[in-house]
Design a protein around this ligand. Structure first.
Ligand code: ADP
Ligand code: ZN
Length: 376
């Protein structure tokens, strides 16, 4: 017979040991939470291992006593020594590198994206300096296109980017070689989706969707707490949506599909259709009703196919706050009461929401990728 499933996990670094427990919400969402605000974090600096374990034991037994859990559970718990996690949001103009355990203690640096070799070396230098006591793993949320197939010989490579120097560059491999640690690798949008799911607008939910509406449109789906992959990764910006040419004669700007979602609803599409940058159109401009309609059509498709528990919509275009109520209204109209879940009937205000991590979602998500690379 196997051991009972363990309610505790410990993360040990050179400065602290954090005791967390798995929390399962009413709707099946899982999250790790510190067991108690006062005792969960044990300072480990200048303490011997025995002292740390004693403190840990005390924290855990206080907690289990409070809950009437059998104390024996703690004896079965694992104490995994770890260094720090590092995260990289690799963008076409800058790399944001960070070390930490979450939004509270994240330290970041911005490195301009130059040649692959110089950029990776600058990133590695940052991690060597900030995590002198040891880095356990690094996660990379990268601009693309990227190869995410672990069985492919070019896994971790940036593939056919217009940035010539970066074409076919083995980003994950180079970072792993420079630092000698496991590397988690995913797209920038999937990274942001993970960050928002762990610490941001979708925290505590096992299934969520993150969409960014900017120069392009991209989406990441979190399913059972993991990023959804398949043949490669979803290309949510390129789904086809109904396009009424009588109401909107603009043909769309996607070089592959013309009037796919990105072709009709990205920032450049708005600019081309209305003759001026999206940020210069006033809040009462008819552009926003049409934009909300297109985005709601796309969200309807994902509500019906992926069944997310919440949808987080960010990106430059969503800096128009009037879009949110319009999208919710149109989404409700399109679903027409078919899916009888409170979230979609009276709860839409907290179902389609803006992100909460701002520009840090990608690098924070990269920390989660690092954690997953280590199997933590
Ligand atoms: P990227 O997608 O390149 O990472 P952004 O998410 O900032 O960057 O998206 C840039 C796009 O968002 C541009 O097309 C721009 O016109 C549009 N945009 C930026 N700010 C606003 C705003 N306040 N309102 C509407 N559109 C905006
Ligand atoms: Zn397209």
């Amino acid at each position: 017979m196997g051991l009972p499933s363990l309610p505790f996990t410990t993360t040990l670094t050179s400065t602290s040991c954090v005791l967390t427990r798995k929390v399962v919400g009413r709707r099946g969402a899982c999250a790790m939470a510190p067991v108690a605000a006062t005792t969960a974090v044990i300072r480990t600096a200048r303490k011997g291992m025995c002292e740390v374990i004693r403190a840990l034991w005390l924290a855990a037994s206080n907690y289990t006593q409070r809950l009437n859990h059998p104390r024996a559970y703690i004896l079965c718990g694992t104490l995994t020594p770890m260094g720090l996690f590092g995260g990289i949001e690799a963008g076409g103009t800058k790399f944001v590198c960070g070390v930490g355990t979450g939004p509270e203690d994240l330290q970041t640096v911005r490195i301009p994206t130059t040649t692959p070799e110089a950029t990776v070396e600058a990133a590695a230098a940052f991690f060597r300096e900030r995590a002198a006591d040891g880095l356990a793993a690094v996660g990379i949320a990268s601009f693309g296109p990227v190869d995410l197939d672990p069985d492919s010989p070019t896994f971790g490579h940036i593939t056919s980017t217009p940035k010539l120097a970066w074409q076919n560059f083995d980003l994950a491999g180079s970072v792993g070689k420079a630092l000698g640690v496991p590397v988690g690798f995913d797209t920038d949008v999937n990274g942001a989706a993970l960050g928002e799911a762990r610490w941001g607008a979708a925290r505590g939910l096992a299934d969520s969707l993150y969409l960014t509406v900017g120069t392009g449109i991209g989406g990441g789906a979190i399913v059972h707490g993991r990023v959804l992959h398949g043949l490669m990764h979803p290309e949510m910006g390129h789904i086809r949506i109904p396009h009424d040419l009588a109401a909107d004669p603009y043909p769309g700007c996607c070089p592959y599909h013309g009037d796919c979602l990105e072709g009709l609803a990205s920032g450049p599409a708005i600019e081309a259709r209305w003759g001026g940058p999206a940020q210069d159109l006033g809040p009462a401009h008819p552009a926003w009703d049409l934009e909300a309609r297109y985005l709601a059509l796309a969200l309807t498709a994902w509500v019906c196919t992926l069944s997310p528990r919440r949808i987080v919509v960010g990106g430059g275009v969503m800096d128009q706050p009037q879009l949110f109520p319009k999208i919710r209204l149109e989404l409700a109209r399109l679903l027409n009461g078919y899916i009888r879940k409170r979230e979609l009937t009276e709860g839409l205000d907290s179902y389609v929401v803006p992100p909460q991590l701002g520009g840090r979602a990608g690098v924070l998500g990269a920390l989660v990728l690092a954690e997953q690379a280590l199997g933590a």
